[in-house]
Design a protein around this ligand. Sequence first.
Ligand code: SF4
Length: 521
Amino acid sequence: MTRLQAATARARRSPVTRSGLLVCAPLRLEARAVRRGLRGSGPEAGQVVTTGYGPRRAGAREAALRQQPFAALAVAGTGGGLAADLRPGDLVVASEVTDGHTVLPCASASLLAGELRRAGLRVRVGRVLTVDHLVRGAERERLAATGVLVADMESAVLARAADGRPLAVVRAVSDTPDRPLVSPGALGGGLAALRSLRAAGPALARWAAAVGDRQVLLAGPRSFCAGVERAIEIVERALDQQGPPVYVRKQIVHNSHVVAGLEERGAIFVDELSEVPDGAPVVFSAHGVSPAVRTEADRRGLTTVDATCPLVAKVHAEARRFASDGYLVALIGHEGHEEVEGTLGEAPDSVALVQTAADVSALQPPDPGKVAYLMQTTLAEDEAADIAEALRERFPAARAPGSDDICYATTNRQRAARAVAADSDLVLVAGSANSSNSVRLVETAQRAGTTAYLIDGPSDIELSWLAGVSTIGLTAGASAPPAVVEDIVTALRGLGTVEVSERVITTENIRFSLPKEVRQS
Ligand code: SF4
């Protein structure tokens, strides 16, 4: 009986492997490193088989491996780094693996990569190419130019054994363009790669434990609101009309993907106008600015385009109106948020920030009969209602805003999040950590009694969150691009079948017109 036949027989007998992880490692040293790494994750972590060096041996074993009753397949080993910035010991998690003819996607790559990074490892996600010979010199450069990160001699062949089951391919870089296999540093590179393979073991075990078929409930509405779409379009049009660079004061909207995308096109984000060169065009963000900033821009003679959301501008106008009528304005909001700073700046002597119901008792209005209140547009409805109630109790004549300050987009997304939370084991909210309305969505789902997390993208999902979870509610803050939601669903599909349905509580058809400076495309 060969070693593989013995392993297959053991696997068939083992109830653990029947529902678990099978790791294929070409070399004995690689298999031993992964096995040691898995050891700390318990006896059910998975089984490691040595499959032999090169595509011929891998091909000879593939059919038998395919018959094994594993739930998830990982191929793990060392590989030759092609990209110039890779270092020995770096891990490459395959987004897809190819032999040049067939391409096998590894949809959950970003999930596994995130887990490995949280374990402190240097990780890249990208294409892995399986070849039948050692890649050297000019061929290395040529393949790197096609976007391949790592070359090996087995992955694409062994990956076929997954046969539709969840697949991960992890290669630890042993040699690089400047430290090739036959060089004085080769041994050190190999050892660094084996250490990384061992360190990857626990993350592989968690990846396999997260495997399962799931339902995803999409909250509707979710993602971009009219104010965010308008702000992004303003920067894009400014770039088209004036050419890069276009300066933007503060993040145009609070989302890392949006900011990175616009930076690639030539936008430069600054914190203060003092960072903008004389004569350069500058866009004010969707969160608005205080009059002091506008005055400074005028004094500097800067060409400005205002991307302040019209619903934020409405709150600014209310603050000015109440202040000029002699009211003390209690602004319900969060300290330090740019929108709040802008509104406070409209009438600094007449607007007081109120963050909690307890803050209400500290207010000292000159005339208790002349108190008004306004709200940041992205607050949680129930939280703001409690503070407004406390204000009305202490100041029964308090004037409320003409219409709700918490905007339609915030309200709709919170109600939709509540609707999906009711039927989910877990809620994931796509959005950046500095996005107020995204953070409020997490809190809304949590208050509905469901565990909820904020994630900037799939790699932020901790795999332990998914173990035992069969229904995931998914939503996105008003500044998070729809593509991030799609990326999350795609990554979850890499762990098993995903049935997607949508809970739409209302539809939105609001559009805001663009400022005249960018209206001509
Ligand atoms: S969340 Fe509301 S206030 Fe903020 S940009 Fe969107 S529509 Fe405007």
